[in-house]
Design a protein around this ligand. Structure first.
Ligand code: FAD
Ligand code: SIN
Length: 535
């Protein structure tokens, strides 16, 4: 990634009026944000990590089930790279895969196990209990029951809480990134190389917008599943980071590759994830007649890469008229199932399904954004002083389709590297970091009708689900374009006059990010990985 380090501008920066009090501003408190904040604080930087949610735990990380890649028996970095590249449908960056395979297991041991004390499950010999998932050639996935995300996130937040230089602020929604060219009061700053100097942040308690000036900013805002009607993602995953980066002019990549998880509970309400590790532990994926239909589509059957299994289910449903597929783990002992998958067992029981005795009805749902803000091996974006890590970023690792359980590891590796790099820079080159005078936020007061916002969200989600979903075509994408372009303008019109709220910020970002996915899908004419066009 090229970054203009122009000396003239370094000189002008030092003539600017303020020195920010925040060394590193981290936006987002999932695993990527927590890893970045911890690494930066360990460099001696003053770190502020913000999240828009009530509790710092809330986000995709908390809900992760299957696990995180470690190092299996007879495993090697080369073997992991080869699995990642095979799943990525020819578009994974080999350098990113090699970095993950080299650094990942070491950081799991050093940061997650030794520093944070994550209580991963242990096997009979006292080693980590490693499980398997689709498209992995060996069992290499460390887990805590079927709730790995909770164990990782709570341990990391506890660890971060013991770092004196780190502050965590909840109910703070980043509205926009501050850049020299967009926000400086000095008109000459439009000639500066694109540079981020912090963010406008909406405080949900006081309803005021703070100008958070920072030497370095790291976006770790997670995914965008919530722009789809059916998703595994929790509320809040509506693409804020991509939208903010887009508006600031950062380069985004591979946005068309939205991964659909093949197996979520087919039941009214939320699409609760039924972890791929069930199939890794022997669950059979069958049609209503009990046939293992995936063997017709791929030699690895139901353990084929995720995009292929999701489309296989979709096709089976289309051809047979079935409402869903089924996962069957009834052949394993009931006590073992309850111990290994307590969360899934309990949630399915609430839905009236005892998975020790009955098949689980499943359908695909939007799950993961393989694309995002383009970053290099230290999380640097195309904008100076702005880094990104985790699901909001595109490291190139996932290519056109992510290998299961690589996401948490990517958060850990790139989060740590981005935090290290940003912290080190902010501490060691302190004098280069003066920032300009930034215009204060202009408040608007027009009430925004919640019924309009609810309907706009429904339109976005239905449009993305029906026209920019698992199976796409030119006509569907064009229809989506007509709808979303109009909606984007309409939302823009009431955003500029409307009273600011977390909901309004989310809606503005949701439509912007949906358009980013759509435009990338319109550009990409060939079917590859998660982007599948029938035409
Ligand atoms: P998140 O954990 O989503 O955190 C994003 C943070 O940003 C949150 O704190 C949020 O509040 C904050 N935020 C967002 N917008 C703003 C804003 N405007 N202002 C302030 N804060 C903001 N991956 C695996 O590797 N293994 C698994 O087993 C696995 N299972 C999964 C199961 C489920 C149900 C889901 C949904 C995902 C799963 N994944 C799994 C994927 C993985 O969990 C995510 O990709 C990863 O946790 C993303 O972490 P993150 O730190 O990038 O984002
Ligand atoms: C799962 O447990 O199936 C999710 C794993 C992932 O998304 O990597």
């Amino acid at each position: 990634m090229s970054r203009d380090q122009g000396n003239d501008w370094t000189r002008r920066f030092s003539e600017m009026p303020h020195t920010p009090e925040i060394d590193v501003l981290v936006i987002g408190s999932g695993l990527a944000g927590a890893a970045a904040a911890l690494a930066a604080a360990r460099q001696g930087a003053r770190v502020v990590m913000i999240t828009k949610t009530d509790r710092p735990e809330e986000g995709n990380t908390w809900y992760a089930q299957g696990g995180i890649i470690y190092h299996g028996a007879n495993d090697s970095p080369e073997r992991l790279v080869s699995d990642i590249l095979a799943a990525g449908a020819g578009l994974s960056d080999p350098a990113a895969a090699a970095l993950l395979a080299r650094e990942g297991p070491r950081l799991v041991k050093e940061v997650l196990i030794e520093q944070a004390g994550v209580p991963f499950d242990i096997n009979g010999e006292g080693g980590l209990d490693l499980t398997s998932e689709a498209a992995h050639s060996v069992a290499r996935i460390a887990h805590y029951q079927d709730a790995t995300g909770r164990a990782i996130e709570s341990s990391m937040l506890d660890r971060l809480g013991r770092e004196p230089g780190a502050t965590v602020l909840c109910r703070r929604t980043a509205v926009d990134l501050l850049t020299l060219s967009h926000h400086s009061r000095d008109p000459l700053d439009v000639y500066a190389p694109p540079t981020c100097v912090g963010a406008y942040v909406f405080d949900q308690e006081t309803r005021r917008v703070e100008t958070m000036l920072a030497k370095e900013t790291i976006l770790a805002t997670g995914g965008l599943g919530r722009v789809y009607l059916h998703t595994t993602n929790p509320a809040g995953a509506c693409g804020d980071g991509v939208a903010m980066a887009y508006r600031a002019g950062a380069r985004c990549l591979n946005m068309q590759f939205v991964q659909f998880h093949p197996t979520t509970l087919y039941h009214p309400g939320e699409r609760f994830l039924i972890s791929e590790s069930l199939r890794g532990e022997g669950a059979r994926l069958v049609d209503p007649a009990g046939r293992e239909f995936m063997n017709a589509y791929h030699p690895d059957g139901s353990l084929a890469p995720r995009d292929i299994v999701a489309r296989g289910i979709h096709r089976m449903m289309h051809e047979t008229g079935a409402e869903c597929a089924f996962l069957d783990i009834t052949h394993r002992p009931a006590a073992w199932v309850r111990k290994r998958f307590p969360q899934i067992h309990a949630r399915c029981l609430e839905a009236g399904i005892d998975i020790t005795r009955e098949r689980i009805p499943v359908v695909p749902a939007a799950h993961y954004s393989c694309g995002g803000i383009a970053v290099d091996d230290r999380g640097r974006t195309s904008i100076r002083r702005l880094r990104a890590a985790g699901e909001v970023s595109c490291t190139g690792l996932h290519g056109a389709n992510r290998l299961a359980s690589t996401s948490l590891l990517e958060c850990l590796v790139w989060g740590t590297r981005a935090g290290d790099d940003a912290g080190q820079a902010a501490v060691s080159r302190s004098s280069e970091y003066a920032v300009p005078e930034v215009a204060p936020w202009q408040y608007e007061t027009e009430p925004v009708d919640p019924a309009l916002m609810a309907q706009d969200w429904l339109t976005i989600r239905q449009t993305m689900w029906n026209y920019v979903g698992l199976v796409r075509s030119r006509r569907r994408l064009e229809r989506a374009h007509e709808i979303l372009r109009e909606l984007h303008m309409e939302i823009g019109r009431f955003y500029v006059r409307g009273e600011l709220s977390d909901e309004l910020i989310g809606l503005r970002n949701g439509v912007q990010t949906s358009l980013a996915v759509l435009l990338a899908a319109m550009e990409a004419r060939e079917s590859r990985g998660c982007h599948y066009r029938v035409d």
